[in-house]
Design a protein around this ligand. Structure first.
Ligand code: UD1
Ligand code: UDP
Length: 387
């Protein structure tokens, strides 16, 4: 029997782990590859939470996280440490995900070692190099290096083709975020977090909030917090739940402004099932996260995006997501419109799935089988419903 091809998945942060977990499971389940996992641990606690839940035991852990790490620091440590892993394992392909600094640095290291790179969640663009920062450029640089591109949607595919990527090297797969979501949301779900267990989801309107992105640190995050404070003050039937990212540059302003405000609940990062079920029981989501912009529309929840632009225009087009920026008055007025006007709310509150159908991992495994000539059949692309 021929030796199996060795696939090394590399990731380092919470969202990468959540979105790579279903793919890792699918690779193991196929039995056709030798699947290995390397975590850079660009995140530590927030990564370990996900590894625990999905029962993933990394073969390599670079353990690079430092408090207040810089972009150059992360890049340097990933490059230096992963070189040894690649040299030891000699994989046939390295799979990376998305747009983090782990993604870019691991791709570069694989390129230096002349190992082919597969890019999961490829082709998302805002075309603005500083929004999101540094993710837009991380994702573009990874596309330059990658040999096979897994684009979630047809518009992501078009972005790559327009940049000169060979269409034959691109597969439209849907987003693995939706694969993960299919396994976590349950009607009778019991929250692990004590506060969420006690929250009155049927009697109150719960707003789920996350905000942590680098481009929002400083003034924009302060504006967001002040807006949340006003909303909580004006609406006695609203409860705001904000799991706060562990970055000290997020923790400090958020706790300084929003600590001890009635109806605002600041909690530690929660496990992914808690987060998905929190969104599914919430009235509305306010966020600057990329992942939440994909998940909440599938759950039929309106999303107000606390950014100036998005690399995920599909749900905006479908009408369930609105990009509102971070200006305090604007955040208050857009939120108030959805709290006060049932028609406006209902227009946004319908479930759409422009990002996937829960079969993205299956398509990626099929594309890898095609790439390694284990089959002659190219997988059928994911097709979005029209909205
Ligand atoms: C990173 C990614 C971003 C992604 C986000 C998801 C880059 C440049 N940024 O941003 O694309 O959206 O993850 O959350 O790749 N920290 C902890 N424990 C943890 C995680 C973080 O203490 O488990 C603290 C550390 O002090 C760390 C800081 O948060 O230095 C920032 O983490 P970092 O990965 O550099 O940036 P993020 O803003 O999390
Ligand atoms: N998430 C989570 N716990 C939290 C906050 C978010 O599990 O306390 C999940 C969320 O459902 C999504 C992912 O983490 O799947 C998003 O991660 P993050 O916001 O850190 O990164 P981004 O999406 O902005 O890259």
């Amino acid at each position: 029997m021929n030796k199996k091809h060795v696939i090394l998945t590399v990731f380092g942060t919470r969202p990468e782990a959540i979105k790579m977990a279903p793919l890792i499971k699918a690779l193991f389940a196929s039995g056709e590859f030798t699947t290995k996992v390397c975590v850079t641990a660009q995140h530590r606690e927030m990564l370990d939470q996900v590894l625990d839940i999905f029962d993933i035991n990394p073969d390599y852990d670079l353990n690079i996280m430092k408090k207040g790490q810089t972009l150059a620091g992360i890049t340097k440590l990933v490059l230096e440490n992963i070189e040894k892993v690649l040299d030891h394992l000699k994989p046939d392909m390295v799979l990376v995900h998305g747009d983090t600094t782990t993604t870019f640095a691991a791709s570069l290291a694989a390129f230096y070692a002349k190992i082919p790179v597969g890019h999961v969640e490829a082709g998302l663009r805002t075309f603005d190099k500083y929004f999101p920062y540094p993710e837009e450029i991380n994702r573009k640089l990874t596309a330059c290096i990658a040999d096979i591109h897994f684009a979630p949607t047809s518009s992501n595919y078009n972005n790559l083709v327009n940049e000169g990527i060979d269409p034959e090297a691109i597969h439209i797969t849907g987003n693995t975020a939706i694969d993960a979501l299919k396994t976590t949301v349950l009607n009778d779900y019991r929250f692990k977090d004590a506060l969420l267990r006690e929250l009155d989801f049927s009697g109150k309107r719960v707003i789920a909030v996350t905000a942590h992105r680098r481009e929002n640190l400083g003034e924009p995050l302060i504006d967001i917090c002040n807006a949340l404070k006003k909303i909580a003050k004006c609406y006695s039937d609203v409860e705001i739940v904000y799991p706060v990212h562990l970055n000290p540059a997020v923790q400090k302003p958020v706790k300084d402004i929003l600590g001890n405000i009635p109806r605002i609940h600041l909690i530690n990062p929660i496990q992914v099932q808690d987060m998905h079920n929190l969104m599914s029981r919430s009235y509305l989501v306010l966020t600057d996260s990329g992942g939440l912009q994909e998940e909440a529309p599938a759950l039929g929840k309106p999303v107000l995006v606390l950014r100036n632009e998005t690399e995920r225009p599909e749900a905006v087009k479908a009408g369930t997501v609105k990009v509102i920026g971070t200006n305090c008055e604007k955040v208050v007025s857009e939120t108030a419109a959805l709290l006060d006007n049932e028609d406006d709310y209902q227009k946004m509150a319908h479930s759409v799935n422009p990002y996937g159908d829960g079969r993205a991992s299956e398509r990626i495994v099929a594309a890898l089988r095609y790439r390694f000539r284990l089959t002659e059949n190219k997988p059928e692309p994911f097709k979005q419903a029209s909205y």
